[in-house]
Write a protein of this length. Structure first.
Lengths: 579, 164
C-alpha cells in the first residue's frame, strides 16, 4: 500500500508544478505576442513616417528645382540677348526694306546706307551681305549685288539660297525663285536634311511658290520618299519615331476618381498607367482635329512670304541652338513644376527638333508634332500628317496594342492585411465571404488571448476557501490569524473579480474593434468592386476612341492639304502608302 | 547554325567570298539584321481574308481532336507567309475563347501542333501566356505570338506589333 501512496503524492506535486509552468509559459507567449503586435505597429508607423519624409524631400527637391529653373531661364535669355541681340536689327530690317520698297516711300540711298551700316556692325553674319545685295538690286547696281551675293553665299550658302528664293518669289520673279530653290535642294540629302528645309516645305504646303517651283519640290519629295522607303529598316524606324511622338502627348491622370482602388490595390500603378494610355486616344484625336479644323490664312501672298522670311532669318541660326536647347529644357522643368524626370523624358523626344540635320521623315514628324520647335505652319502640319499617315497609323496601332497588353487581367485588393483579387468586380460576395472568415479567425485568435490566467482563475475558489478558513478561525478564537486569512481571502477574490472585469472589457473591446473592422472593410471592398466595374467600363470607353483616330487618319490625303493658288495649275503627285 | 528566316530558292548557289573571317562574321550579322528587317516588314502586312477565315476555325471544339484540321490551319499560316520560314520564330496563336466561362482563351501551339482551350487561372505553356491578356481583353481577332514580339491582328486584318 505504501508503495503506491508515495508515487501518488509525488505525481500530484509534479502535475501542479507542470500546470504552473504551462500557465507561466502561456502568459509569456501572450506577452511575446503582444510585443510582436506592438513591433509590427511600430514598423508600420515607421514606414508611414519614412514615406511622408520621402514625399517631403521629393516635394522640396521639386520646389528648389523649379526656382532654379526660373533663374536659369532668365540667365539663358540674357545670354542669348547679349550674344545675338545685335542681329535683331538686321533681321527686322529684312522685311522693313522689302515693305519700304513696295511702298516706294524711302529713298533708295537711305536703304543702301542702312544696309551698309548693318554690314559693318554685324561682322560674319550671313544676313548682312544679303541685305546689301538686296539694296544693290533695288538700286540697280548689278556689280555690287553680285559681290555681296558671293560673300553671302560664302557665309551661308543654304540660307542665302532660301532667302533669295523667297525674295524673288515675293517680287514675282518665278524663274529666279525656281533657280534659287533648285540650288538649295541640290545640296540636300534626304537622310541628312538641313532643318531649314521646313521653310521650303512651309512655302510649298501654303501654296506660296510658283507652279514650276512647286512641281520641283513635289518631285523632290517623291524622290526623297522613294529613296528612304528603299532604305532597310526605314519603315520600322518611322514607326518607332511616330510611336515616340504619339506617346509624348500622354498626360498624367489627374483626380482619377478611383479613391479606393488607388488606396487599396497594389495594381493601381499599372491601372493608372494604362488608363493614361487609353485617354491619350481622345487627346490625339483632338490634337489632329484641331490642326485640320484650322482655316487657311486669308493673308496676302506677300504677307505670308514675309512671315516665312522672318522665320528664316530669326529661327534658324545654328549657333544659337545650344542655348535654345538649354532654354527649352529649363522651360520644361517649369512646365512640369520642377519634375526633372518628366522634363528629361519630354526633352528626349523633342531633342530632334534641335538637331541641325535630320532625315526628311523626321522633319515631317517634328513639323507635325512639335510645330513650335520645328517652326512649321499649320499648312505644313496638315501636309506632314497627311504625307506620313500610313506610318502614323502603324505607330498608332502599335501604341494602342502596347497599352492594351499592359492592362492587368487580375486586379489586386489589399485592405489592411486582407489580400484578394478580382478580374471584373463580379466576385464581390466571394471576396466578402473570405474577408468575413479572415476577420472572424482574427477575432477568435484575439479573444483566445484575452482570457483569465490560471492564477486569476484560482483566486476565486482560493480566496473563498482562505476567507472561509479565516472566518472559522475567528469564530474558534484564533482572531489574529483568522483576520489575516479573511483579508487574504478578500484580496484573492478582489483580484479575481477585478481581472475578470478587465478581461470582459477587453473581450467587449475586441468584439467592437473587429465588428468595426468587418463593417469598414466590407464598405471598402464593396466600393473597390464598384470602382473595378467603373474602371473596366471607363477603360473600354476611352480605348474605343482609338478607332476614331484611325478613321480620321484614313480619310486624309496629302493632295487635299497643299493650299492652292488661284492661278496654279500644278499637279501634286506626292508618294503615299510606302510600305 | 541558326536556321535562315527567309526561304531561298533551291537553285541558289553558294557565293564565293574572299573576305576574311572577321568580315564574314560581320557580314553574317548584317545579313541576319537585314533578314530580320525584311521579315518584320513582311509580317506587318495586313492579313488576307483566307487567313482570317482559317483562324476563326480555331474556336471550333471539334478541332481539338481533329489533327487534320489543325494541320490545315498551320498550312494556312505557312501559305500566308510564303517567303518566311515561320517555324522557329512563331510560337503560336492565341484568341478569346467563346466556349464561355470558365474558358478564357484558346491557343494553337505551332510546335506541338495542337489546339487547346484554357480556363481562367490555367497558364498556357510554350511562351504563349504573354499574349493572354491582350487576346482576352484587347478586342483583337487573335494574337500571333513570336519569340520576340506579339502581333495583334484586328478584324480588318491590320497588324499591330508589340515587342515583348
Amino acid at each position: 500500500m505504501s508503495d503506491y501512496a508515495i508515487p501518488y503524492a509525488d505525481l500530484k506535486g509534479i502535475e501542479n508544478n507542470l500546470k504552473t509552468i504551462y500557465n507561466n509559459l502561456d502568459s509569456i507567449e501572450n506577452k511575446v505576442s503582444g510585443v510582436g503586435k506592438e513591433v509590427s505597429t511600430v514598423y508600420k508607423e515607421l514606414g508611414d513616417l519614412a514615406k511622408e519624409f520621402h514625399d517631403y524631400v521629393a516635394r522640396k527637391d521639386k520646389a528648389d528645382r523649379l526656382q532654379l529653373a526660373h533663374t536659369k531661364v532668365v540667365k539663358i535669355r540674357q545670354e542669348l540677348d547679349n550674344k545675338y541681340g545685335h542681329y535683331d536689327i538686321v533681321r527686322r530690317s529684312t522685311t522693313g526694306i522689302l515693305q519700304a520698297d513696295d511702298l516706294g516711300i524711302v529713298k533708295k540711298d537711305t536703304i543702301s546706307n542702312a544696309t551698309e551700316d548693318l554690314m559693318i556692325s554685324t561682322p560674319n553674319y550671313w544676313l548682312a551681305p544679303c541685305l546689301v545685295a538686296l539694296a544693290a538690286w533695288i538700286n540697280d547696281q548689278p556689280e555690287l549685288a553680285d559681290k555681296a551675293l558671293r560673300e553671302a553665299i560664302k557665309r551661308n550658302d543654304e540660307k542665302t539660297s532660301l532667302f533669295f528664293a523667297l525674295v524673288c518669289r515675293r517680287a514675282g520673279r518665278k524663274q529666279a525663285s525656281l533657280k534659287w530653290t533648285q540650288r538649295y535642294l541640290a545640296n540636300q540629302d534626304e537622310e541628312n536634311l538641313d532643318r531649314k528645309a521646313i521653310i521650303v516645305l512651309d512655302a510649298f504646303a501654303s501654296g506660296l511658290m510658283g507652279a514650276d517651283t512647286e512641281g520641283l519640290i513635289s518631285k523632290q519629295i517623291d524622290e526623297w520618299m522613294d529613296k528612304l522607303a528603299e532604305t532597310p529598316g526605314f519603315v520600322e524606324k518611322q514607326t518607332t519615331q511616330w510611336s515616340k511622338a504619339i506617346s509624348a502627348k500622354r498626360k498624367p491622370l489627374n483626380g482619377s476618381g478611383y479613391q479606393y482602388l488607388s488606396k487599396y490595390s497594389h495594381t493601381w500603378s499599372a491601372l493608372k498607367d494604362v488608363m493614361e494610355g487609353a485617354q491619350l486616344h481622345a487627346d490625339i484625336l483632338q490634337y489632329f482635329t484641331d490642326i485640320f479644323e484650322q482655316k487657311v490664312t486669308t493673308k496676302t501672298l506677300k504677307e505670308q512670304l514675309d512671315e516665312i522670311l522672318d522665320s528664316l532669318v530669326t529661327d534658324f541660326d545654328d549657333e544659337e541652338l545650344p542655348l535654345r536647347k538649354k532654354e527649352k529644357y529649363e522651360q520644361l522643368v517649369i512646365d512640369f513644376d520642377g519634375d526633372e524626370r518628366r522634363a528629361k523624358q519630354n526633352m528626349a523626344i523633342e531633342e530632334t527638333a534641335f538637331e541641325t540635320h535630320k532625315d526628311f521623315t523626321q522633319l515631317l514628324t517634328d513639323a507635325a508634332m512639335n510645330p513650335e520647335l520645328a517652326h512649321s505652319s499649320v499648312s505644313t502640319q496638315k501636309f506632314a500628317i497627311a504625307l506620313s499617315k500610313d506610318w502614323i497609323m502603324d505607330a498608332y496601332n502599335d501604341v494602342t496594342a502596347k497599352n492594351r497588353m499592359k492592362v492587368p487581367h487580375i486586379i489586386e485588393i489589399n485592405v489592411d492585411n486582407f489580400n484578394s483579387s478580382s478580374t471584373d468586380g463580379q466576385n464581390e460576395e466571394e471576396v466578402l465571404a473570405n474577408f468575413y472568415t479572415m476577420v472572424e479567425s482574427e477575432k477568435n485568435s484575439a479573444l483566445a488571448q484575452c482570457q483569465l490566467s490560471g492564477f486569476d482563475k484560482f483566486c476565486l475558489p482560493g480566496g473563498a476557501v482562505i476567507g472561509g478558513l479565516g472566518l472559522i478561525m475567528v469564530l474558534t478564537g484564533n482572531i489574529f490569524l483568522g483576520l489575516i486569512a479573511i483579508v487574504g481571502g478578500i484580496a484573492f477574490l478582489s483580484n479575481h473579480f477585478s481581472k475578470k472585469k478587465s478581461v470582459t472589457n477587453g473581450q467587449n473591446n475586441i468584439q467592437f474593434q473587429f465588428g468595426e473592422k468587418r463593417k469598414s472593410g466590407e464598405q471598402i471592398i464593396r466600393a473597390i468592386m464598384a470602382e473595378i466595374v467603373d474602371y473596366r467600363a471607363e477603360f473600354a470607353r476611352a480605348d474605343r476612341e482609338s478607332q476614331k483616330v484611325i478613321d480620321f487618319l484614313e480619310q486624309i490625303t496629302p493632295e487635299q492639304y497643299v493650299a492652292k493658288l488661284s492661278n496654279s495649275s500644278r499637279k501634286i503627285n506626292v508618294n503615299r502608302g510606302i510600305k | 547554325m541558326p536556321k535562315p528566316m527567309l526561304r531561298r530558292p533551291q537553285t541558289e548557289t553558294k557565293m564565293e567570298s574572299s573576305l576574311s573571317a572577321s568580315h564574314k562574321q560581320e557580314n553574317k550579322q548584317q545579313n541576319a539584321q537585314m533578314n530580320k528587317m525584311v521579315v518584320d516588314r513582311l509580317l506587318r502586312k495586313p492579313r488576307s481574308k483566307a487567313y482570317m477565315e482559317a483562324m476563326t476555325k480555331l474556336d471550333s471544339g471539334g478541332h481539338v481532336h481533329n489533327q487534320a484540321q489543325v494541320d490545315k490551319i498551320i498550312n494556312a499560316i505557312r501559305e500566308e507567309f510564303p517567303e518566311v520560314e515561320i517555324t522557329g520564330i512563331m510560337l503560336g496563336v492565341v484568341a478569346t475563347c467563346y466556349l464561355g466561362r470558365p474558358y478564357e482563351v484558346h491557343s494553337l501551339d505551332i510546335t506541338g501542333r495542337i489546339i487547346e482551350h484554357y480556363q481562367s487561372g490555367h497558364a498556357m505553356p510554350g511562351g504563349l501566356e504573354k499574349a493572354r491578356s491582350l487576346a482576352y481583353r484587347g478586342g483583337y481577332e487573335f494574337v500571333e505570338v513570336y519569340v520576340d514580339c506579339c502581333r495583334a491582328v484586328s478584324s480588318n486584318g491590320s497588324v499591330s506589333v508589340i515587342p515583348c
